[in-house]
Ligand binder design. Sequence first.
Ligand SMILES: Cc1cc2nc3c(=O)[nH]c(=O)nc-3n(C[C@H](O)[C@H](O)[C@H](O)COP(=O)(O)O)c2cc1C
Length: 170
Amino acid sequence: MMDLLRMRRSIRKYKDKDIDPRTIDDLKEAVLRAPSSRGINPWRFFFVTDRELLSRLSKAKEHGSDFIKGAPLGVVICADERESDVWVEDCSIASIILQLAGLSLGLGSCWIQIRNRSYSRDRSSEDYVREVLGLPQGLKVESMIAFGYPDEVLELVHRDQLEYGKILQR
Ligand SMILES: Cc1cc2nc3c(=O)[nH]c(=O)nc-3n(C[C@H](O)[C@H](O)[C@H](O)COP(=O)(O)O)c2cc1C
C-alpha cells in the first residue's frame, strides 16, 4: 500500500487500448468492498465503456472533464440520498478505493468532480450527466472517474515535498 501511495498521481492521458474484462471485474469487486456508514451502501456505480457516451460525458463542465473522452472506461459515482445522509462520504471512500485498486492493476485514473459543479450558467453538471445516462431524479451524482492504461508519466512527489506542517500533535 505504501508503494502504491508513493506512486499515485492523477493520470489524464490514456493509451488507446480497451481495459481487460477481468480487470474491470476486479474493479467492480474492489468498489463493492468499500466500507459505508452503517453498511447501507447507498451508491450506484455506472461503468461506461461506450465511447459515444464517454464523449458526451466529457462535456459535463467547462473545465476539467474533457479528458474522459480519451479514456476506455469511466465510472460515474452516484447515490440515492434518501438511503443515507452521509452518501457523499460513502461515495468518496468508494472512489478512492476504486482508484487505488485501479493503480494496483496497472491503470491510471483521475477524479472529475460533478457534485456542486455547473454545465452552464443555468444548468448543473449533475443534470447534464443525469440526462446523458438517463438517471432517475432520486440519484445524486458525485463524480466520474476516468480510467485507462497511462500514456503520461508524472513526477512523483518526494517525501520532502509533503505538507508535514498540516500534521499537528497534541
Ligand atoms: C474531490 C476531488 C475533485 C477533483 N476534481 C477534478 C476535476 O474535476 N478535474 C480534474 O482534472 N481533476 C480533478 N481532481 C484531481 C486533482 O486535481 C488532483 O488530485 C490534485 O491536483 C493533486 O494531483 P495528484 O492527484 O496527481 O496528486 C479532483 C480530485 C479530488 C480529490
